[in-house]
Design a binder for this molecule. Sequence first.
Ligand SMILES: Nc1ncnc2c1ncn2[C@@H]1O[C@H](COP(=O)(O)OP(=O)(O)OP(=O)(O)O)[C@@H](O)[C@H]1O
Ligand SMILES: [Mg+2]
Length: 312
Amino acid sequence: MIEFTQVSKYYQGRAAVNALTLNCPEGAFTVLAGTSGSGKSTTLKMINRLVEHDAGQIRFAGRDIRDTDVQTLRRRIGYAIQSVGLFPHWTVAQNIAAVPQLLRWPKRKINDRTDELLGLLGLEPAQFRSRYPHQLSGGQQQRVGVARALAADPDVLLMDEPFGALDPVTRAALQREIRRIHRLMGRTIVLVTHDVDEALYLADRVVLMDAGEVVQQGAPYALLRQPASPFVREFFASSEPGVRLLSLETVAQRMRAQERFNGAAVPYNMTLREALSRFVELGVVRLGVTDAAGQPCGVLHFNDLAGAEPSV
Ligand SMILES: Nc1ncnc2c1ncn2[C@@H]1O[C@H](COP(=O)(O)OP(=O)(O)OP(=O)(O)O)[C@@H](O)[C@H]1O
Ligand SMILES: [Mg+2]
């Protein structure tokens, strides 16, 4: 969907991004990770031409982005950023409706979509619709930013540390929400983060950057198990590599589906990392597993957490 070929961007003669070649496949969740100043935000902004690249080629849906009208391009791309973004003199509803307005959606459709998104992101529509950005907490502003990026149902969603200012609980809830939205709508998402756990939890594909260059890109599992350099190993495995691996799999992948157990249960879609902490918390070696309808669908054994590698 988005392909960079030997793309460079220079500021005052210094490369912020250097000969970058990367690929964000259609429908995939790509996470750009890396140290501060490694060029992640610059890379993201080149996709919707908020920053123009100096060398190389960027293709969007097969076409050179320089051959596409900027406005047309941006309408197909939702963009959410951590810091700025909301129009201060517009209400929450007006902010979310910015792109649908441009696209001249009927009023009714815009209102419905706005309320739907507010609900999706945990903001009670009646309470938040008419507020102004300065009447929101930082985390609420971020959520409105994400809602605005999603509003017109864009082909591609770009997010630059969208959950940066959130407490761990809200952050985890929004990560689950965005993952659910991704699975549901099959949209192509490119998200920037320097949070290792967030990268591993969300990504189909991780692109790890350092000093304006890609150090390694691939499935999270591959980066954890076959780091291409000491930098990659250090970035991901500075602590608890084994536990991190568990966050890549769900209970459903390791449970014994034919067994039943009447004690404490966990949902089938919980990560094994969360399940591990449940085992320790409860001091048990077996947990029942429930399906989406809350019905028993298997048993997870503590010993199976250390089982064979999944296929990737
Ligand atoms: N407008 C600009 N003018 C000059 N230099 C810039 C500009 N924007 C970015 N840079 C430089 O380019 C490099 C990459 O910046 P970028 O914002 O892409 O990094 P980042 O990976 O997003 O970092 P962070 O994690 O801190 O947000 C940095 O060295 C930065 O100082
Ligand atoms: Mg940045």
